[in-house]
Ligand binder design. Structure first.
Ligand code: ZN
Ligand code: ZN
Length: 290
């Protein structure tokens, strides 16, 4: 009973919101083997909204969706709970999640990326401003948090300071992009020029901390018998091997007293990660792929 009342309330809200936006919306519109909760007929591609509050399997949802696809209709599903086995968002099945808190606006979740009100959702979905993309791409502006840690040079015994990037990066649609999972030309985001510049800026403005950062550059490693980009000693220029850097870093990862610095930077190169998603950027800069 509760679900039926909720279903009807959401259905009416979709219709009244469409009317307020000047969009024709029909309730309980029937076609061949389907009946849309709300149907938008006068669109380049007609849209059928389906409100699904009771659980429905992925196979059942795809079976119902196939009828809309057959009839050239864009079926858009508003679920309350995630569909089991739907592990990735897919282009043939726009699924979003409604959050109905009585007394306040109905909210629509786009995965775990953005939560927007129903009006914003309908206005943008109907006008094709929410599009499917295969690849999440970083927004050029990013807030980055650096964590500094100490490392004693294995050769000369001098105390050095290294840093790592603690925060993930985000696309304009707020998808989380972890550089270590992305196809990234350098194996470490810490070695990119804009991140190095950020670290150097901090060291420069906080001279009182007396941080010692060696040059980040290519050094020849006898261990692997080839050169690679690395941290190294500010004093004797010895290479700090990845393994030892990792060990020193682990000591600081859970340290709440660690020295940190956070600021906004502009990325010179986008980082992309395969995250199929329904993209709704906050600045009209859609992610990549199709
Ligand atoms: Zn040294
Ligand atoms: Zn996106």
């Amino acid at each position: 009973m509760e679900n039926i009342r909720k279903h009807d309330r959401i259905q009416m809200q979709i219709v009244s919101t469409c009317q307020a936006l000047g969009i024709t919306a029909k309730q309980e519109h029937k076609g061949q083997g389907w009946r849309a909760d709300v149907f938008i007929p006068n669109n380049e591609r007609p849209i059928a909204f389906e409100i699904q509050l009771s659980p429905q399997s992925l196979s059942k949802t795809l079976e119902r969706q196939s009828k809309y696809i057959r009839d050239g209709i864009l079926g858009c599903w508003l679920f309350e709970h995630p569909i089991p086995k739907l592990l990735k968002e897919r282009p043939d099945l726009p699924v979003f999640y409604v959050e109905d808190n009585e007394g306040s606006d109905l909210m629509v979740n786009l995965g775990d990326r953005r939560k927007i009100d129903l009006r914003m959702f309908l206005e943008n979905f109907i006008s094709n401003s929410i599009q499917f993309k295969d690849v999440a791409r970083t927004n050029s502006m990013q807030t980055v948090k650096l964590v500094f840690y100490e490392m004693v040079c294995w050769k000369c015994g001098e105390l050095n300071h290294l840093f790592y990037v603690e925060t993930p990066f985000y696309s304009s649609c707020n998808a989380k992009i972890k550089p270590e999972e992305a196809l990234w030309e350098s194996n470490s985001i810490e070695y990119s020029p804009e991140i190095i510049a950020l670290a150097e800026r901090f060291i420069e403005t906080r001279k009182d901390l007396n941080l010692k950062l060696g040059v980040i550059k290519e050094r020849f490693s006898k261990t692997v018998n080839k050169p690679y980009v690395s941290f190294g000693c500010y004093k004797c220029d010895s290479l700090f091997g990845d393994f030892y850097v990792m060990e020193a870093k682990i000591d600081v990862i859970y340290d709440p007293m660690a020295l940190t610095y956070q600021d906004e930077i502009e990325l010179r190169q986008n980082i992309e990660l395969n995250i199929p998603h329904w993209c709704f950027p906050d600045n009209k800069q859609f992610c990549g792929g199709h």
